[in-house]
Ligand binder design. Structure first.
Ligand code: 6GU
Length: 218
């Protein structure tokens, strides 16, 4: 899976790429993450990426040409989806993550300022929002989408079981169905309070444990 990310803040992705399972997946070539600085596709000496809206109104808009040129610079993959991250987009879900995981190449356009020149609509496949709230830009949202898609790819997770047992795999808006889990110590003390692990989980009785897990799954 190849991710291309068009952004004016390329450095935001540095630690995302360097840590944990994403860095491992990059090393193992299960994914690649290609960060494209939109500013490199401007043609004026000030490297202008924004301008005021026609007809007036608050704030600035991202200009269309640098984004278009950045898009044009990408190798045209056949199995590719061009996604604009925008608070006004369709809600991103686990079902959507599964759908995306079947592509070879996902291209993310990260909007900033008050938005992007609406003519961008002619050059994208879809608009996605990660939830009903407003972020400063699409960068964090693109990382959310990349992470949820990456972990669905074959060989991304070391332990296959942790994906199979997982709650809302393939299902949309499924309720959280995992049971509470505990690890050492058996008794966690804070002052004179004691927080104990449920007795049954220490019993070694697999039938009772399975029943407890089922009963305590939401
Ligand atoms: Cl994708 N972008 C912005 N700016 N805000 C958001 C969002 C995206 N998803 C939820 N809020």
């Amino acid at each position: 899976m190849k991710f291309d990310v068009l952004t004016i803040f390329p450095n935001l992705f540095d630690s995302f790429k360097k840590e944990s399972l994403i860095s491992k997946a990059l090393k193992n070539k299960i994914i690649s993450i290609n960060i494209i600085d939109i500013r490199n596709f401007t043609s004026d000496k000030h490297k202008t990426v924004d301008d005021t809206p026609y007809g007036g109104g608050a704030g600035m808009l991202m200009k269309i040409e640098p984004i278009y040129k950045a898009l044009k610079s990408l190798k045209k993959e056949k199995d590719r989806r061009i996604i604009l991250l925008s608070p006004g987009g369709e809600q991103f879900t686990q079902k959507k993550a599964v759908e995306y995981s079947k592509f070879k190449n996902l291209v993310f356009i990260c909007g900033r300022y008050e938005g992007i020149d609406a003519r961008i609509e002619n050059f994208i496949d879809e608009k996605i929002s990660i939830g009903p709230y407003v972020l400063n830009g699409g960068e964090v949202a693109s990382m959310v989408v990349m992470e949820s898609v990456s972990r669905l790819l074959p060989n991304f997770l070391g332990n296959k079981d942790s994906l199979n047992e997982e709650t809302f795999n393939e299902k949309e808006n499924a309720d959280f169905v995992e049971y509470p889990q505990f690890t050492r110590p058996e008794i966690f003390k804070v002052g004179n309070k004691q927080y104990k692990v449920p007795e049954v989980l220490l019993s070694g009785n697999h039938k009772l444990i399975e029943e407890w897990k089922k009963k305590n799954s939401k």
